[in-house]
Design a binder for this molecule. Structure first.
Ligand code: RIB
Ligand code: CA
Length: 314
């Protein structure tokens, strides 16, 4: 890469969102223009408070704005059982020094994209409510959106229902708008994120780096690992960080291009991301779907990012 990629971070922190933001901030290749919150892992109030705390901890100097509690259609769904009552249980974090802008997340996204002298990449690691609303309300900005990199979906199965991954299931209508947008779309779905597993030797390596951010990252990973082990996972799937890794180190990932549709109805399959593997739809691919990862290289990426904060503070 010859110049920095301007990005907007949109998420529902959330342990893995926080780790994704840690990775993005530490990257020399990314310039964070704005951060926005979305309801998902917890209520919009909690994910917004967490976003502001994470931005404060990491020193992300960018405007922040809150999303809305409800998806475009239907009622909110939260994942309190995974990320805890606060949505980011575990290590103590600083009180936020960043206040929310007096505009909402979609308005901040639109303002940021319009003002950027380069097309902007959106990294969405929660439900796609804000991104879907942005595309509906500001279609004229599409030429200034270079790329959307999401954590969401799964070509083979879900993790909240048999068919649907959580982020897509929370707001299938918004996801449908994104997948139909015609914009460059990278999907870090469960096919790859369930291979992006972190184990104790990995987070102990990060903890041993010793700087305050590395210690917090290790605590987040430890919390995430403990929960996932309790429900039968071998390790902690750091889902959201893969959507950032796709931008800064695509060579550690394997992808397939598919035409993917989002199921917005159905008793059993609402929220499913359905890939056309054999061309039945006769449509060109709309999704760069990540399907495999070099796990060791991914861990190295997280460790290098965590180490950066130690050098940063020297
Ligand atoms: O299904 C995993 C996704 O749901 C991740 O983004 C996690 O943070 C939760 O939002
Ligand atoms: Ca998330």
């Amino acid at each position: 890469m010859t110049s920095k990629i301007p990005i907007i971070l949109d998420g529902d922190p959330g342990h893995d969102d926080a780790i994704a933001w840690m990775l993005a901030k530490a990257s020399a290749w990314l310039e964070i223009l704005a951060c926005t919150s979305v309801s998902g892992n917890q209520s919009i109030e909690k994910t917004s408070y967490n976003a502001r705390r994470v931005m404060t901890l990491l020193g992300i100097d960018a405007p922040f704005a809150m999303g809305r509690e409800e998806p475009l259609h239907g009622e909110p769904i939260h994942a309190g059982n995974i990320h805890g009552e606060t949505g980011l249980d575990g290590p103590a974090l600083p009180d936020p020094t960043i206040e929310a802008e007096p505009i909402n997340a979609v308005e901040l996204m639109a303002k940021t994209i319009a003002a950027s002298d380069k097309p902007v990449t959106i990294v969405a690691t929660g439900p796609l409510t804000n991104v879907g609303a942005l595309l509906i309300l500001y279609p004229e900005l599409k030429p200034k959106i270079a790329h959307i990199s999401i954590m969401g979906g799964g070509l083979a199965h879900g993790n909240w229902t048999p068919a649907a991954e959580f982020n897509i299931l929370v707001d299938p209508e918004a996801a449908d708008v994104v997948f139909k947008s015609g914009l460059q779309l990278t999907m870090a779905g469960l096919d790859v994120t369930l291979k992006a597993l972190v184990f104790p030797e990995d987070f102990e390596r990060i903890r041993a780096l010793g700087n305050p951010i590395a210690v917090v990252v290790a605590e987040w990973l430890d919390f995430f690992y403990t929960f996932h082990r309790s429900i039968g996972y071998a390790g902690a799937p750091v889902h959201d960080a893969v959507a950032v890794a796709a931008l800064i180190k695509p060579e550690i990932l394997t992808a397939r291009d598919y035409y993917v549709q989002v199921e917005t109805s159905g008793d059993f399959c609402r929220g499913a991301t359905v890939a056309d593997h054999y061309g039945f739809s006769q449509q060109p691919p709309n999704t760069h779907a990540l399907v495999d990862i070099d796990r060791e290289a991914f861990i190295d990426l997280l460790a290098e990012a965590a180490a950066w904060y130690g050098k940063e503070s020297e």
